[in-house]
Design a protein. Structure first.
Length: 332
């Protein structure tokens, strides 16, 4: 499904409006040191990045060859999501299930996990700690929830924060209000490690795996994450808005390209790369080490989790080893 489908074919308008390029406002380029570049750099890079993402979204021939895309009511998706997920994970093919969750609200079962407004309101109400945010052309920093609300509601606000990985496990009320795929309850080794951990004293100090079991990301229109890899397999569901996910096929040549990659290179140097959209209610599952980037053509809210299942234990260890070898620089 091309990105133009979200905006009824208005692809040119999508690039201009979503990137805020005509407003002369730089967009978030996660992974770029803001101290090394002036604002004009971000404007130029955003043009190239968004242009490449949009161009690659029109290459629909990649469907099924490089990734799998099904509607939730299709015969394939209804049969057994666990088997389908395992098949795609072992083949290093992202899996998208359209309309997995409700619209509006995605996988959320309560207003606090169904919309940006409900999510922020909850954190304001309980006085949560200020979340960690990426900002265009500025150093990353923590921003108070009340200030984030103003940013998301003010169309004239020029700042473009990307609120990364709010850990749902710190907020049990939120975590229990998200409907993740059922097979994670019995097959996810991270969850099982936490459930079977029997060292009482160490357990009281907190288990490191717990933070990976649930997260939320809220992004303003125009924000983006540059190409990177995650150590774990990932599942995400779009609760509000729309996300453009760029993927590059996982093999050595693309890994080497990513290690030496810089924003001015654009995305066309990767082989077998493509862009798909994730809309409200859509679910995405991807393998550990999958090369990807993310762009927000509008304000967006995702919930997700990292996980390990037995069938991908080796690939998970390989992804973690590559991360360690590159010492955690944003080329992991």
């Amino acid at each position: 499904m091309g990105l133009g489908s979200k905006f009824q074919g208005q692809s040119v308008e999508w690039v201009v409006r979503a990137g805020r390029i005509q407003q002369n406002v730089p967009v978030t380029l996660s992974g770029v040191n803001p101290k090394l570049h002036d604002p004009q750099f971000y404007i130029l890079m955003s043009r190239k990045y968004v242009k490449d993402i949009h161009h690659l979204s029109n290459q629909l021939s990649t469907k099924n060859h490089l990734y799998k895309d099904y509607f939730s009511d299709s015969a394939v998706a209804r049969t057994n999501l666990q088997d389908l997920a395992i098949q795609c994970l072992t083949q290093d093919k992202p899996l998208i299930i359209r309309c997995y969750g409700r619209n509006p609200g995605g996988a959320g079962t309560h207003p606090t996990t169904q919309s940006i407004d409900g999510f922020i309101e909850y954190h304001e109400k309980i006085a949560s700690a200020a979340p960690y945010c990426q900002l265009e052309g500025q150093p990353d920093k923590n921003i108070e929830w009340k200030d984030l609300r103003k940013t998301f509601n003010d169309v004239h606000d020029d700042s473009i924060p990307n609120v990364l990985g709010v850990t749902l496990m710190n907020y049990p009320n939120l975590f229990t209000n998200v409907s993740f795929p059922e097979f994670l309850e019995t097959e996810d080794l991270l969850r099982l490690a936490g459930a079977k951990y029997d060292d009482y004293d160490k357990g009281r100090n907190g288990l490191q795996v717990v933070t990976e079991l649930g997260f939320a990301v809220i992004s303003t229109e125009g924000s983006m994450m540059l190409p990177h890899e995650d150590n774990w397999a990932t599942v995400v569901v779009c609760q509000e808005g729309c996300k453009a996910w760029w993927f590059a096929k996982t093999f050595d040549a693309n890994r080497e390209t990513r290690v030496s990659w810089k924003p001015s290179d654009g995305l066309m140097g990767f082989k077998d790369s493509y862009t798909v959209d994730l809309q409200v209610g859509d679910l995405l599952i991807m393998s550990p080490g999958q090369i990807h980037g993310v762009y927000s053509p509008q304000n967006a809210f995702l919930v997700g989790a990292h996980f390990i299942i037995a069938e991908i234990l080796v690939s998970t260890l390989k992804a973690a080893t590559r991360h360690r070898e590159y010492n955690g620089v944003r080329k992991h």
